[in-house]
Ligand binder design. Structure first.
Ligand code: AP5
Ligand code: MG
Length: 211
């Protein structure tokens, strides 16, 4: 049984800017931003059972098993924030996840961010994060004080999977698993491709124009 509420998927290679754009969309639209990567990292930080199961896959740039991620997603979709609308960032990444999602909700738009692979490694290896989820880039979006979050004063860290060899593994998974998900939604006629190169605010204007 599917239901009607506004559902948007942001899809794209690792480092294509899904998180950056999803935060802007959440601020503009008031929809829930559901990032399975963020939820999994929170589970790892809490050392929950899910976090312990997921950590090894994430550290190696591999996908976490579908059953774990699908349960996590269903829980997030059931939350109060997601009832008006939701922006999915990093889900679905496999056909099993897409099928599970389609059985739950209708997706209105799939925004596919297009970024050439030669820009991806530079974006990912330059990313720095704060524990509370603020994201910087050493060159494109540096904090005012090196290594310190502008918003919270927390120390910035690098994700364990944000190294050059792990980027290769993550991109390989994108090609072998997630390309098919894009094709699946293309057949449904809901995919719009958006150029993900340029200033994040310009890209945001492009995204909003196609919603
Ligand atoms: P996840 O956290 O989803 O990582 P990802 O898909 O690899 O994507 P990223 O978060 O690396 O990049 P992004 O597209 O969000 O880019 P961002 O905006 O940060 O998943 C991590 C892991 O969790 C997976 O490998 C897997 O193990 C597991 N997982 C998660 N979901 C799963 C699922 N559904 N199934 C199975 N396993 C799952 O930007 C990147 C950097 O570039 C930042 O520094 C940013 O400041 C900068 N930047 C952004 N936009 C621009 C721009 N326009 N110009 C210049 N720099 C920019
Ligand atoms: Mg992200």
């Amino acid at each position: 049984m599917t239901e009607q509420r506004r559902g948007i998927i942001l899809i794209g290679a690792p480092g294509s800017g899904k998180g950056t754009q999803a935060k802007k969309m959440k601020a503009a639209l008031g929809y829930a931003h559901i990032s399975t990567g963020d939820l999994l990292r929170a589970a790892v930080a809490e050392d929950s059972e899910l976090g312990r199961k997921a950590k090894g896959y994430m550290d190696e740039g591999q996908l976490v098993p579908d059953s774990l991620v699908i349960d996590l997603l269903k829980e997030a979709l059931g939350g109060p924030e997601a009832q008006q609308g939701f922006i999915l960032d990093g889900f679905p990444r496999t056909m099993a996840q897409a099928d599970a999602l389609d059985a739950e909700v209708t997706v209105d738009r799939v925004v596919a961010l297009q970024v050439p692979f030669d820009l991806i490694e530079e974006r990912i290896t330059g990313r720095r994060m704060s524990k509370s989820g603020h994201v910087y880039h050493v060159k494109h979006n540096p904090p005012k004080v090196d290594g310190v979050c502008d918003a919270t004063g927390e120390a910035l860290y690098q994700r364990s999977d944000d190294t050059a060899p792990k980027v290769v593994a993550r991109l390989a998974k994108f090609e072998s698993e997630t390309r098919a998900v894009i094709a699946h939604y293309q057949h449904k006629g809901v995919v719009v491709e958006v150029d993900g190169v340029g200033d994040p605010s310009e890209i945001f204007t492009r995204v909003m124009a196609v919603l």
